[in-house]
Design a protein around this ligand. Structure first.
Ligand SMILES: Cc1ncc(COP(=O)(O)O)c(C=O)c1O
Length: 375
């Protein structure tokens, strides 16, 4: 049996919509993107969404939008994908890592507050694996010191914690529609904000700082456009938006099946002495983006190899960023700098998780994991 790590949800409806775009004249940012932005922000219950080319682009744009750059500091966690940290480096600000909570893998609000200096401008909490960081406490810290919160919500569309949803209490939130995300257009992203002024500014920033995007120019008679500010080329196109539109409508249906699968994994592994599962805090709905088990770091790579030998797709999310070569060489980080991130990053294994997984495949994964940790 072969169990893929991930399968996307692009079906007939998504293909039909994408063909509609291809049969039309307008491939780049246009009415499909507008429709997607509206559908997505309605689903989240956030005022405005802006479609961009990736979550990395969204994170960078958010930092640019808030004028964060050289001389500023931005706090985040090393237990995330490199995009979170790289976006801070693109901005020219100083990257400040703080460790995560050992039980949840989420950025520790106490450590965030301890890391705040006069130069701190923003916090980027990561809603790791689909579980939201403690936005209530982070918001208090941000308000006390006048900081922006930019949520890295690449893993979390469907989540909620303490009655708060992604994008709701952060100043901006950044989402990913990368190839393995809960909804996907291969590549893609979005950024949410609370006011029309911010949305309009992000429209400019995602398209080189031009006063009108191509669709605005196409829809009416030619008028000269101007470049009003320095922007980037980060716009989402109509093909991406067409692929996403129907997936958003089904997002809760997909989530329900992933929730069921996660519960099955969790009940199968909860009494295994060689496996630790991360805790989901109370009053929290996990978006269930990734299901990870933690094993002894000494045995992790061996277990990964055994599972792959059995044709089971696995991944590691994530080896902590501060120990990757570029970060070690450039910033001099050493082992032991962020012990909780290192423990989780050293032992983590992500298992297959997507709605199409069959019960038979799930049982095969469970059986294979149990055998792999025993030998
Ligand atoms: C936590 C996190 N942040 C950001 C990103 C970047 O997303 P994108 O590939 O859309 O740029 C990812 C991508 O996997 C991610 O996992």
């Amino acid at each position: 049996m072969k169990v893929e790590f991930y399968k996307h949800n692009i079906g007939e409806e998504e293909k039909r919509k994408a063909l509609e775009v291809l049969d039309g004249i307008f491939l780049t940012t246009g009415k499909y993107v507008e429709e997607f932005e509206k559908t997505f922000s309605d689903y989240l219950g956030v005022e405005f969404a802006v479609g961009v080319s990736s979550c990395t682009a969204a994170l960078h744009l958010a930092l640019m939008h808030y004028g964060i750059g050289a001389g500023d500091e931005v706090i985040t966690t090393p237990l995330t994908f490199i995009a979170t940290a790289n976006a801070i480096l693109y901005s020219g600000a100083k990257l400040v890592f703080v460790d995560v909570e050992k039980e949840t893998g989420l950025i520790d609000p106490e450590k965030v507050e301890a890391a705040v200096t006069k130069r701190t401008k923003a916090i980027i909490p990561v809603h790791l694996y689909g579980v939201m960081a403690d936005m209530k406490r982070l918001r208090k810290v941000a308000d006390k010191y006048g900081l922006k919160i930019i949520e890295d919500s690449a893993h979390c569309i469907e989540g909620e914690r303490d009655g708060i949803r992604p994008g709701e209490s952060g100043d901006a939130a950044c989402f990913s529609f990368y190839a393995t995300k809960n909804i996907t257009s291969g590549e893609g992203g979005a950024i949410t904000v609370h006011t029309k002024e911010e949305k309009d500014r992000l429209y400019k920033l995602r398209s080189h700082g031009m006063s009108r995007e191509a669709y605005g120019r196409y829809e009416s008679l030619y008028r000269h456009w101007d470049m009003e500010t320095l922007g980037w080329k980060y716009n989402m196109n109509n093909i991406q938006a067409a692929l996403l539109l129907n997936q958003i409508k089904n997002v809760e249906k997909y989530w329900k099946r992933r929730e069921e699968i996660c519960r099955r994994y969790e009940s199968a592994f909860k009494d295994e002495k060689k496996i630790r599962l991360l805790t989901i805090p109370p009053h929290t709905k996990s978006a269930r983006h990734l299901i990870t088990i933690l094993v002894d770091p000494q045995t992790r790579d061996e277990i990964l190899a055994k599972l792959q030998k059995r044709d089971i797709g696995v991944a590691v999310n994530f080896r902590p960023i501060h120990l990757l070569t570029y970060y070690r060489q450039t910033y001099g980080y050493k082992i032991g700098a962020f012990p909780a991130s290192e423990e989780i990053g050293g032992g983590t294994i992500s298992l297959p998780l997507y709605p199409q997984l069959t019960d038979e495949e799930i049982e095969y994964v469970i059986k294979s994991v149990k055998e792999a940790i025993r030998k």
